[in-house]
Design a protein around this ligand. Sequence first.
Ligand SMILES: [Zn+2]
Ligand SMILES: [Zn+2]
Length: 247
Amino acid sequence: MRESIRRICLLDRLLDVIWPRRCEVCGRPSDRSARYICSDCLNRIAFIPVNGCCRRCGRDAVGLDGEFLCEDCRVFRPGFDRVASAVRFDGEARELVNAFKFRSSMWLRNDLVDWLEGVLRARFRIGEIDLVLPMPSTTARLWNRGCNQCGVLARPLARRIGKPCGRFVMRRKGRPRRQGGLGEAERRENVIGTFAVVRPSQVRGRTVLVVDDIMTTGSTLSECAAELKRAGASRVWCVTLARSLRS
Ligand SMILES: [Zn+2]
Ligand SMILES: [Zn+2]
């Protein structure tokens, strides 16, 4: 394993020399090995602060330090125990996440997994995670995009933190309407009963980390986590690349 990683690193360095990567944002050669976002552009990305966030849904509040429990989490009690997101779904970060999610720009994977790993190490006790799970795709989306993008992020993320990544543990069922354009209450209604845990023995009594791309109101993550809890998971933590400004 270590040998193959070393070989990949060497290949990356060789590629940097013979075929320099261009920054996905500004188009200049990237100054970061094996990465498609240069350091200048990376410095302009709107990362979410790791302090002053709701300890459950991860919403940040200007001027607050430390952790708190926000009004929404007190009232609606989401199914997850903790969520943290790397960036605001805005500006260049929005373009990059959309390029990965909708235009299959798979080469951005290493850069985006860096963001996930950063927020994970800052906001979670990694040693307590037992299993990493990608947010499952609906069948229609799998057909459209050819693969589950969350799986593309979850597998290398799990490898980096030395945890197993579950496959076919959970699936989507039924055909929920698209969440886009729905209000908060409708979103919550729309996702009820749309997840099924196929292998409950893999989650029973465990702390599960769900990896998703964009969090808007959190209703999909909440329902996913609630289903994992019904299947016996002891804690469900979630990490997402981006958080929409609407939440
Ligand atoms: Zn750049
Ligand atoms: Zn909250």
